[in-house]
Design a protein around this ligand. Structure first.
Ligand code: URQ
Ligand code: ZN
Ligand code: ZN
Length: 480
């Protein structure tokens, strides 16, 4: 059954550059026309966007749907997690294939591809390099040249599990340069974390409050700086995921100030939630917030917001990796066994609008840049994604800047029994979401379709990322 054309009439288009009044016509899953007073083709649906914005659908470049991790499996799968994203205005995710050490990257990629068949929205994959030998190098080439994988992830944390040592980092970054792929890192020094964990357990400090004590900002700053320096010496761009603190942000800002091509990501959670959550006497509440890097003392949030405004951080994400209370309880007597991860894919856009645009920190166009366009350009999904332009996929969100909602696990669509933004009333909501030209979210009515999501192959090469980095260099002064 073909999807009827949809004419979004009377809205204000907001893209990464500007805002302007225009109708948007979507035909066969693509944007087919943008302009004033467009005719509605026969049989099309006409949607009145009134005084609302029409923006590119959000792209969350960091999710872990149904990730097998720390002895359990994340509770949102590729269908429920992408459906929840659509309800919040996010229309594409970039998830992670994470091979076990010694597991073939190709084998893991095929496994994740199978899991993602059920997705309700489009998805791409970063592939993690969790070990090294010639077969890993070979598989990286096949994945990059034949399967559209343009970015490879490296966990510098999680010793005795998926942690990359410097040898693997140097080899893999070098292979990325050969391929024209972008290396990304989870920057925490896993050796230090392990040491601090043992020290805390030896002192009998076993509750969730030990989690942030085992991964202080210096542990993240050291790893971010080390990864950035390795990238500098080898000559590759690098993307640092989930920067949570001044220490890693300063490492990025220093390098960018010297013209190095470094991109930084920040999670909606780290911009708003501080480490007091770990002092809560209720184990379930504190454990629900155990993720890595941990939530930090409040002053780091101001630095992260400033980093986003200054252009040192280019993307926002969620690291959506949910575990329900019974799963978190695995660490009841030993905090190192609490599955690490929190949710957020449904709330990222509203949270960033409320606290970003609502506070005057971000303009609407900067909001679009950091929730969609920059990620599309860095990870080579642009302009198919992250743009309101003729020919792009009709992934659009009709945004009501004056609408509000109160976030709660009682009402969210995420398949998890906790919401880290619980109780916050936010202004700025998606009233309609179109995924490939289909109306999938309409005033609270979610019509996500299991299996409608498509795999998004990505070209190798730093095309837009290169251009983006140059533009950032030219304009970063503008954000003050
Ligand atoms: O480290 C990650 O990004 C994954 C394993 C999700 N968990 C987390 O605590 N961030
Ligand atoms: Zn991580
Ligand atoms: Zn992650």
């Amino acid at each position: 059954m073909t999807t009827p054309a949809i004419l979004i009439r009377g809205g204000t288009v907001v893209d990464a550059e500007h805002s302007y009044r225009a109708d948007v016509l979507c035909v066969d899953g693509r944007i087919s026309a943008i302009g004033e007073n467009l005719e509605a083709p026969a049989g099309s649906e006409v949607m009145d966007a009134g005084d609302r914005y029409v923006m590119p659908g959000g792209i969350d470049p960091h999710t872990h749907m149904q990730l097998p991790f720390m002895g359990t499996v994340a509770s949102d799968d590729f269908y429920t997690g992408t459906a929840a994203g659509l309800a919040g205005g996010t229309t594409s995710i970039i998830d992670f294939v994470i091979p076990d050490p010694q597991q073939s990257l190709m084998e893991a990629f095929n496994t994740w591809r199978g899991w993602a068949e059920k997705a309700a929205a489009d998805y791409a994959f970063h592939v993690a390099v969790t070990w090294w030998d010639d077969s890993v190098s070979r598989d990286m080439g096949i994945l990059g040249q034949e399967h559209g994988v343009q970015s490879f992830k490296h966990f510098m944390a999680y010793k005795n599990a998926i942690m990359c040592d410097d040898e693997a980092l140097v080899n893999s970054f070098s292979r990325c340069i050969e391929l024209g792929a972008l290396p990304t890192v989870h920057a925490e020094n896993g050796e230090l974390v392990f040491q601090l964990q043992q020290q805390l357990l030896a002192k009998g400090i076993t509750g969730p409050k030990a989690h942030p004590l085992s991964r202080p900002p210096a542990v993240e700053g050291e790893a971010a700086n080390r990864a950035i320096r390795i990238a500098e010496v080898l000559g590759t761009p690098i993307y640092v995921v989930h920067n949570s603190c001044e220490d890693s942000l300063n490492a990025i800002a220093r390098a960018r100030g010297e013209g190095q091509r470094v991109f930084g990501e920040v999670l909606a959670g780290h911009l708003l939630i501080d480490d007091s959550v770990y002092l809560n006497d209720d184990f379930e509440f504190a454990a629900a917030h155990v993720m890595s890097p941990p939530f930090r003392p409040k002053h780091h949030q101001d630095a992260l917001w400033a980093g986003l405004q200054a252009g040192h951080l280019q993307t926002t994400a969620t690291d959506h990796c949910c575990f329900c209370a019974p799963q978190k309880a695995a660490g009841k007597d030993d905090f190192t066994k609490i599955p690490n991860g929190c949710g957020g894919v449904e709330d990222r856009m509203s949270v960033l609008w409320h606290y970003g645009v609502g506070s005057g920190r971000l303009t609407p166009s900067e909001f679009v840049r950091v929730t969609s366009t920059n990620a599309a350009q860095i990870f080579n999904l642009y302009p198919r994604k992250g743009a309101v332009r003729v020919g792009a996929d009709a992934d659009l969100v009709v945004w009501d800047p004056n609408g509000s909602r109160t976030i709660s696990a009682k009402t969210h669509h995420q398949n998890v029994d906790f919401n880290v933004f619980e109780g916050r009333t936010v202004t700025g909501i998606a009233t309609q979401t179109l995924s490939n030209g289909r109306l999938v979210w309409n005033e609270g009515d979610l019509r996500a379709e299991r299996g409608a999501g498509r795999y998004l192959p990505r070209e190798l090469g730093a095309g837009y990322a290169q251009a983006l980095a140059r533009r950032m260099a030219q304009t970063s002064w503008r954000h003050g």
